[in-house]
Design a protein. Sequence first.
Length: 88
Amino acid sequence: MAVKYFAHDDSPFESWLKEHPDGYVLNFYTTATGKVHSARCPSYQVAGRRMTSYVKACSTSKRELFRHVKQQRIEAARCARELSWAGP
């Protein structure tokens, strides 16, 4: 299960979200900080909104995405809209 990156191109990212509705997305705010969302997060359901102005790292596995976060020394919070999440 690889981590896939998207930047400044909404169409491939939107396709990934549709193809992996149970996936996870790390939304980078800087190269070392970000927030993890599920692919179904309401943040990505706003029509007409530019989605990839921030770089995204995506995976079908929450565990794999958090492993990637740790390996890359990224400080990542979980989306506050999804407080029901269990740990990685």
